[in-house]
Design a binder for this molecule. Structure first.
Ligand code: AMP
Length: 433
């Protein structure tokens, strides 16, 4: 069978079973469900509450929140207009969560709001391994806490998720990027430093030198990395309060035995970050090595219209890269779920019985599958085999007459007759009576 239509480049279907798409393995839905439920379980232990915000957001929110000069806003947004309204498919979830927090006055619930989310995001990036146009993130936002402990809790929670999933080879990188003034001074110093090298920079970096010099620090080009070795470091420009905050973050990471590396050039791409910035990398991922990252974003609330500052810290992490790391570390993920029972029906009366009995058994909590096409006994048995069911229930005219079904325990091949009224009980267990 075929169709003229294909999923859009940079997006992918998630099917009941894993498959290969352009050299990348796309895990099946059971693997996604398993990973999601593991994350939810960890979130529960840390007592974070789930929040779900719309995929569609006002373009203005995203542009102001993330920053007009960021790559995401200048060239990666899926944005469109209808009537007077400009919409964007959310490229990340932090600005939407902060919008929801402000819109619904969640501060009135009292205390610190500790929220998590799981869902798709959209960026018009050049698709490649680990980089899609529709991808999936999970993340947390701790809103209303200024303490370095909050920063460390968000980091610890992120690491706990990877640990629960069995991803071992991770590296945490941290930095401080201070407040607005420090950043301005630093951008100036960095620009002055890079100016004499202008001709050696790539075209993209030359453009960034004008618009968003911090982004040059993310360069993947070796000769630019070489130039940057001597570049000024933001940590030397931050206030003593910022440095104190950062020192405490590091001390508390050590308290929790979370090892880290300081990366003086880690600035993260988005404008709303202040103070602590961090990323978790996997040794297996090559160029797109960041599993996720986060930091403090005390300026975001004011940027999107809050009349009061709202301190906040959180992280966002990608599922697709997490799956790459899981695959590289040979972590077993669940495959397709199998039904407990397959009913093999011979003849019209048996099909009628099957139709009703399946309904009753399902009501009683047994997972039942049967053939909706009226195929031969052989192909039904083959299907029961393929589905790796525990029991095949075989029913024909004889069985109907006896009011007892032939129940075959598939792993052992053993078969017994089970009266209809005992069927549910037998099928609930794992063995034949
Ligand atoms: P960011 O908000 O850019 O820091 O992204 C956080 C995490 O989301 C990254 O570390 C990735 O794991 C994931 N991510 C971001 N953009 C993409 C993308 N285009 N495709 C797949 N994953 C992405």
């Amino acid at each position: 069978m075929s169709t003229r239509y294909q999923s859009i480049t940079g997006t992918f279907d998630i099917l009941p079973e894993a498959y290969d798409s352009g050299g990348t393995r796309i895990p099946g839905t059971p693997a996604w469900q398993y990973v999601e439920s593991t994350i939810r379980e960890v979130m529960g232990r840390y007592h974070y509450e789930e929040i779900r915000t719309p995929i569609l957001e006002p373009t203005e929110l995203v542009a102001r929140g993330i920053g007009e000069q960021t790559d995401i806003v200048t060239k990666e947004m899926f944005a469109f207009e209808r009537g007077d309204t400009r919409y964007v498919l959310r490229p990340e979830v932090t600005a939407p969560v902060m919008r929801a927090f402000l819109q619904h006055h969640l501060e009135q619930r009292g205390g610190v709001q500790k929220l998590y989310y799981i869902g798709p995001c959209f960026r018009a990036e050049k698709p490649q391994k680990g980089r899609y146009r529709q991808f999936h993130q999970f993340g947390v936002e701790i809103i209303g806490a200024q303490t370095p402990r909050a920063d460390v809790e968000s980091i610890g929670l992120m690491m706990a998720c990877y640990q629960a999933l069995g991803i071992g080879n991770t590296r945490l990188r941290i930095n401080t990027i201070g407040g607005v003034e420090a950043r301005q001074k630093y951008v100036e110093a960095l620009t002055n430093f890079l100016e004499p090298y202008r001709d050696d920079l790539s075209e993209a970096s030359r453009r960034r030198l004008e618009k968003n010099p911090l982004r040059i620090l993310d360069t993947k080009l070796d000769h630019e990395k070489e130039i940057l070795k001597e570049a000024p470091r933001i940590v030397d420009y931050v206030t003593s309060e910022s440095r104190q905050h950062f020192d405490e973050v590091k001390a508390r990471l050590t308290d929790l035995d979370i090892s880290y590396e300081e990366d003086p050039f880690l600035v993260r791409g988005l404008d709303y970050y202040t103070e602590t910035a961090y990323e978790v990398h996997s040794e297996h991922l090559g160029a797109q090595s960041a599993l996720g990252g986060g930091g403090r974003y005390d300026l975001l609330a004011a940027e999107i219209g809050s009349d009061r500052p709202v301190p906040a810290v959180g992280f966002a992490a990608g599922f697709e890269r997490m799956f790459l790391a899981l695959e590289a570390e040979d972590v077993d993920l669940p495959g397709p779920q199998t039904p407990d029972v397959f009913i093999v029906a011979l003849g019209e009366s048996a099909r009628e019985w099957t139709f009703e009995t399946a309904h009753e058994l399902r009501d009683a909590g047994v997972s039942v599958h049967y053939d909706l096409k009226a195929r031969s006994m052989r192909s039904q048995m083959r299907e029961a085999d393929r589905q790796q069911v525990q029991f095949a229930v075989i029913i024909g005219d004889q069985e109907l007459e006896k009011s007892a079904a032939a129940v075959k325990h598939m792993p052992s091949g053993e078969q017994v007759d089970v009266p209809f009224d005992e069927l549910a009980d037998v099928l609930h267990g794992n063995e034949l009576p």
